[in-house]
Unconditional design. Structure first.
Length: 185
């Protein structure tokens, strides 16, 4: 009697193994028969990469010493966001400005390199203004992480939308106030 029971068990287990082996094929066939199921599966497993718009607003710029011996500064900025270069208009003859210059670029979601440079426009050669605490580097480089909405690579990490203040320490220096925003596209 136990011999018969073990034979039935063996056939049952073999049948279950056969079902488990062909189940993926049945699932694939049913996905073809129901296109919405197939779409749902592909959408669920596909990695979605969206572009984002990074906007840097330079809201204030104050000369901390004289860049020009005989006149006030003629400030302008050059900003690079993810390899895209933007240049502001020049503001003439002032040592402190509130320009609210906005620089925006559409970039892939993730980590994006940003560089800010400030210049004093002169007749012969434009002077680069020091806006970085680190000597002898005059420009400011950092990374915007659009996934976590953080500004990284400075002395501390800032959240997007937070006011960031930086000042240089070398001759021809200025203090700059800016913030970074990220918007999904």
């Amino acid at each position: 009697m136990s011999f018969i029971k073990s034979g039935i068990r063996a056939r049952g287990l073999a049948f279950m193994g056969l079902l488990l082996a062909i189940f993926p094929f049945i699932d694939a066939i049913s996905a073809d028969a129901h296109p919405h199921r197939k779409y749902r599966k592909q959408r669920h497993h596909a990695a979605v990469t969206r572009d984002v718009q990074i906007t840097l607003t330079l809201s204030q710029l104050i000369a901390l010493d004289k860049a020009d011996a005989f006149s006030s500064e003629d400030f302008y900025a050059r900003v690079t966001i993810g390899g895209q270069v933007f240049k502001s208009e020049k503001v003439r003859q002032t040592d402190a400005i509130i320009p609210n210059w906005k620089f925006s670029a559409v970039v892939p979601n993730g980590r994006t390199d940003v560089k800010i440079e400030v210049f004093d426009k002169d007749i012969a050669e434009d002077d680069q203004i020091d806006i970085n605490r680190i000597d002898p580097k005059r420009d400011l480089d950092f990374v915007v992480n659009s996934r976590s909405c953080r500004v990284e690579g400075l002395a501390q990490v800032y959240r997007c939308g937070t006011q960031i203040r930086r000042a240089g320490s070398e001759r021809k220096k200025a203090e700059m106030v800016f913030y970074v925003d990220v918007q999904n596209r």
